[in-house]
Design a protein around this ligand. Sequence first.
Ligand code: GLA
Length: 389
Amino acid sequence: MKLFEKVEKKFIEIFNEAPLLVRSPGRVNLIGEHTDYNFGFVLPAAINKAIYFAISPRNDEKCDIYSLNMKDNFQFQIHELARSKKAWTNYLMGVVDQLNQEGFKIKGFNCVFGGDIPIGAGLSSSAALEAGLAYALNNLFNLGINKLELVKLAQKAENEFVGVQCGIMDQYINIFGQTNKVLRIDCRSLEYKYFPFNYKNISIVLFDSKISHSLASSEYNKRRKECREGVEIIRKEHSHVKSLRDVPIELLTEYKNKLNHEIYKRCKYVVEENSRLLNACDALMKNDLKTFGTLMSKTHQGLSEDYEVSCKELDYLVELTNNISSVYGSRMMGGGFGGCTINLVESNSVESLSDEILGKYRKKFKQGAKAYITTISSGTSIISKSEKG
Ligand code: GLA
């Protein structure tokens, strides 16, 4: 039985009616890390791991939700929202809270959800929850919210209700993802461009360190602050500078001795990463995946040494791929401090490479890592009758 069928079956078992079915994917990010909240560029893609929602409207204000993975349920009233100790519920209540704040009139709903995005692996299961529910409610109650507004609403749910100051990348790609395409998002103008990414001989392989990034949200907010501090100082003498996006490397270099060393390193990483991403897109246009991969590996170095959001497990997973010719590029992905590395690997050596890396990782850390071979899928959508078969 497919995952969405399990979700649907559970829904019918509990609520005894036919639901609307929505698929909401996780994401990878090829290059452009920690650049979104600095108004730079990112290059994510939606993947073949997703959360599935089965949902139907109610006539009262109650929301009755069951998580298939957690085997746990939760109820709340639309106008009585309070943060809960059950972390998963906050992502969902955050969406309802935003709809309330924006003045949308919704009723309660019944919902079962479940999926296969590993939690804490940096594949954005949280954005999949937020944007997936926002998308589902938009359809269920005919709210008429356009795609970009849905993205912003889901991001605000995380910023305000969950309390993580994330950028816009994860929710954006969740809604805008397309099969076999990566999406370059300009996080300042919010314009975007799709690039085909469909190479038979190259696979996107994730190695999951299984280190859950518990430090992530506090250190994440700290990095944001450090970047802002850098901007504030440069801005005193260059009033047009509103974010690191407005700072060319030459200008930053002038500030090397005026900025605290740590802040300088953070800013340097971000400025370099934006130009790396643009070069990576040029390489992609030429189908030059070797250059693309080399840029990814440079990103890892920057994240590890200058931005300091890696950890020894992620560094080791990347190090193990060094000098292996079938790996074009390897780097930690997402917020950091755990989660996955993303690797571009020649398809015919994926299996042997995975065996080797997972074996060495277990030996060193006495703990298993996992490998996921991902394909690039579409963004959040309704599962149609024909897909249901
Ligand atoms: C998390 C955030 C994103 C982005 C990445 C780092 O995934 O949710 O907004 O900042 O970290 O690139």
